[in-house]
Write a protein of this length. Sequence first.
Length: 579
Amino acid sequence: MDTVNVFIETLNQAREKIKKTERLAPEACMEELCKLLLVKLYYERKTLRTLAFSLFRNNIYDNPADRSYENLFRSYVPCYLFEGWDRINLKRRTFEEVVTLLESINLYETDCIEAGKAFTSFLQAQYGGYINDYSTPDILTKYIFDVLGIESIKTVFDPCCGIGGMLAEAYCRKGCHLMLAGNDISQTMVNITQLHLKMYGYEGEDFTCSDYTDKRKGTSYKGYDCIVAHIPTRRQIYSAIHRSYYQYGDDYFNFEEFFIENVVKHLNIDGFAVIILPKNMVERHDKRYLRHYLMEKTEIVNITQFNDVAYHGHSTKKDYQILFLKNSGKHSYGECTATLLSSCDSIEDINNAAKWVNSLIMQKPHNSELPSCKYFSHREVENWNISLLFIRDKIGKKYAPVLLEDILTRRRELAQIIPDKKYNILRVRRRGLGVEVKRTELGGDIHDTMFVTKANDLVISSFEADMGGIGHITKEFEGGIVTKDLYLFEVDKRRVDLNYLLMVLTSAPVLEQLQVMNKREYMLSRISLSKLMSVMIPLPDIDTQKSMAKELQRFIDKAQKAEDELAEGRKSFSKNLFG
């Protein structure tokens, strides 16, 4: 009867909260429902009979349901355990009717794992839309535990547990022989995680609520075999309670480094940390210190990049990297493995990649070679752009690869503008179609900084390089001027044939490198000079270059002649038909 009294008290508290506010936030609404479910779960699993809510209806539920209760189940994924909940219009229900819906769920008759999976689906439907805040996509979670081989792990800790999806996946795979621990910056999410795992039958209580990035708190470190974490976003860090009071400001410029440092300190020797983070986080220039820290302080076993990962019930797609780190105390110089996957890859391909990485971690021999899994040196991995590494892996199979910085020298000769003189302002066309005059202006009308061109200069557009905005200055355009948006280079003629260079820079593999470097989030997206200089091309000897360029030019001339003949034929056809 004590449990029933607790249940009545819980209902009264939930009712009072709804009375005092016009609208509960989704998290608060979910917390009230979790309290009810927790009491019901405890009662039914202990007594093996359904808790009948109808016994306690007298004068308890007279307040209309809050609107957020309608939103609570609007995107719910139906499951037989909660059958019919997705079709209920909660807007028109009283609080009594909302609670009565729980009566149809017989938790004591349902297998724990099935009940847990149903609740997982419900939570993902509710929280999957909050990008990177609460729910990690299934494709990432399942891949992580396929790689780790959960059978050899005894303890798992998630310092940013959210709704507890990663811990639930771990428990599904190993069950009662696994010790789980979780932490979150929000007590509501900690409560949800606890209920989530109790639905699966987990009885542990090792869950805390704290700011895991707070440098001022003394932390007692506890060893774990495995730590899995979806690294918090900057928005989550700054939205913490009292954040503005503490005035952290620039102190958290490198909070990711501090977060990962904390994670590694919680690991046992030879334990694994698995960190999920947005791809662009580690690629950014201001995160180079994070990259250096990881390479110097941890053993990086594998970096897996997932492209275009979609969230539950949400159209947003993002690119993510998963870092598999080992706390071995070794420096990670030498080889590192990288894996490149996409949400478009088949389940079989993703599983095969997970087995490949698992065999590496468990130090078992693997005979198969997968196109999605490669070995790279740590010098190559410094860029951390895995897509770029896989593109470059195709280069240099037959001829030695070189970076553009080894064969190009930038020229920056400022133009001395005379007010009454006319100047040809040049531009470079897309698809490698060369250079042309954009416009002619008097010097008095030119107010921008301009640079003078020389014959045989290579010119590359900083805005359109990835679209083939690459050409060279012929004698016809020598002495023209260009804006700072066009890079001018002098080519090392002893090593490179200019015609070969133009053809290779407008080839598909090189343009693919530029497109990966310059991922266009908006139309006017500029590629930096440093990225441009890191483009890799194959470079045979000078005679082979000239021969290959001459051969390709022969096909280009043929195609041009055929296009001219086609244009002439169309013109003749129109003239005969229409006069």
